[in-house]
Ligand binder design. Structure first.
Ligand code: APR
Length: 234
């Protein structure tokens, strides 16, 4: 029998217990930095140095952080199931926990990209991006992050993955930011959907099971149940 296909759709909440702050909780990042000052193309054109310094700080936090029990449990599920992670997060904690197939919808903080050719993406060899750091085409490098108001090029591959899922595990996302939040609608009719999030998230699809728990508790307990049964059930 084919292995069951699990798609994990994660948001900032899965990395909260690794010490990376979420966006919309009360201690959210955006309270200190207005979105329009740091995460828009306009901010980049107005004040690229401030934008670079902001993302340098985020990068330093990610490098110092460690995957938590939720990231690790998801990686372990690969032992029995076909697992793909679609994450809104820019950190690499899923990869460091051992997940082999990770699609980043909103970019990756450890990479930079050309300001001339958005397809020219490079792994950063150092923890900062400076004014004057250039891509192979000679243009300034910028963080490999999808800013507000920009297209989300990974949406189509993410839709393809979710459209073929047997089960969708949604973890730690307020489902506030589109188009990413709309991905759930592409799950097939037979696909069961479980959300692990301690808050009263507005469920965007009927029949979703909501486990109100922190990721580090809810995900390992679900994962060990599925591993024991050898089957994913809602
Ligand atoms: N475990 C699980 N979920 C948690 C935890 C935890 N320990 N702590 C908080 N959460 C939940 C919150 O209840 C909330 O529903 O994580 C969610 C975080 O929501 P947001 O801050 O809105 O993050 P996210 O949904 O990932 O945001 C989407 O918005 O700013 C943009 O591009 C950015 O990718 C980001 C996107």
């Amino acid at each position: 029998m084919d292995r069951q296909r699990l798609v994990v759709f994660s948001g900032a909440g899965i990395s909260a217990e690794s010490g990376l702050r979420t966006f919309r909780d009360s201690d959210g990042l955006w309270e200190e930095h207005r979105i329009e000052d740091v995460a828009t193309p306009e901010a980049w054109h107005r004040d690229p140095t401030s934008v670079l310094r902001f993302y340098d700080q985020r990068r330093a936090q990610v490098i110092a952080a460690m995957p938590n029990a939720a990231h690790i449990a998801i990686a372990q599920l690969q032992g029995k199931f076909e697992v793909v992670v679609v994450t809104q997060n820019i950190d690499d904690l899923h990869e460091r926990a051992g997940s082999e197939h990770v699609l980043h919808l909103h970019g990756e903080i450890l990479k930079a990209r050309s300001t001339k050719d958005p397809g020219l993406v490079v792994q950063l060899e150092k923890p900062t991006i400076e004014i004057g750091d250039r891509c192979a085409l000679g243009s300034q490098l910028r963080p490999h992050i999808v800013w507000f108001g920009e297209a989300v090029p990974m949406m189509d591959p993410a839709i393809d993955l979710i459209a073929r899922a047997d089960h969708l595990l949604v973890v730690g996302t307020s489902l506030n930011v589109y188009p990413a939040a709309g991905l759930i609608q592409y799950a097939p009719r037979y696909c069961s959907i479980t959300l692990v999030d301690p808050a009263d998230v507005t469920l965007t699809r009927a029949g979703m099971t909501h486990i109100k728990a922190k990721a580090s508790e809810g995900v390992p307990s679900l994962a060990s149940e599925w591993m024991r049964k050898g089957s994913i059930t809602a």
